[in-house]
Design a protein around this ligand. Structure first.
Ligand SMILES: [Cu+2]
Length: 202
């Protein structure tokens, strides 16, 4: 008779980040994640410090085109005094190849054929307003300006960038905020708002 003795040693290493994806935490807090982990069990070696995961600090945006198609998913992970922004397309071919303006806009609305806060002709996602400005910041580039999103010839894009121009609290105020991808740069469509996602804890 053969017995399998090593099976218990196989541990599926789930990424810690996955556990934070659905956190509804919206408590405004300016404190970094310094809350010590409370553990009374004596089993954990005192010397092993847990890798600090941005629990409750991450925000997510699901960007959709004006016709409702899913375009990309973005995450905002706040740690170490800055935010790491990751944008990845989920459907290839909606965004044209090339560089696209990528900004956090000041109002968390993603409404096709809507009117801007300063009224004018309607257009896609105009009700998201202009670029986010952090409190007290008035200069350009605006706080919500991010590096451009480069879309490959196959119609997909994947970007990881960092910035310290806004905080988590700046994104979850009363108006919330939206992440918008514009049309391809150096084309007539560059100012267009092609994809939009409200930034939230989900
Ligand atoms: Cu913009």
């Amino acid at each position: 008779m053969r017995r399998i003795t090593g099976a218990a040693a196989i541990v599926v290493g789930l990424p810690v980040l996955a556990a934070t994806a659905c956190s509804p935490e919206q408590n405004p807090s300016s404190e970094p994640g310094t809350t010590p982990e409370v553990k009374t069990a004596a089993s954990a070696p005192a010397s092993s410090e847990a890798v600090s995961a941005p629990t409750g600090e991450s925000l997510t945006a699901h960007l959709k085109a004006a016709d409702g198609r899913d375009v990309a998913t973005a995450t905002f992970e706040f740690a170490g005094g800055y935010v790491t922004v990751t944008v990845k397309t989920v459907t290839a071919g909606i965004l044209l190849p090339g560089f696209h303006g990528l900004h956090v806009h000041e109002i968390g609305k993603c409404e096709p054929n809507s009117v801007a806060p300063i009224p004018g002709p309607p257009g896609n996602f105009l009700s998201a307003g202009g670029h986010l400005q952090a409190p007290g910041h008035t200069e350009k580039p605006e706080s919500g300006n991010l590096t451009s999103l480069e879309v490959r010839q196959d119609g997909s894009a994947y970007l990881v960038t960092t910035t310290d121009t806004f905080t988590r609290d700046d994104l979850i105020g009363p108006n919330k905020a939206a992440l918008i991808v514009h049309g391809a740069e150096f084309t007539d469509a560059a100012p267009d708002r092609v994809a939009c996602g409200v930034i939230g804890a989900d």
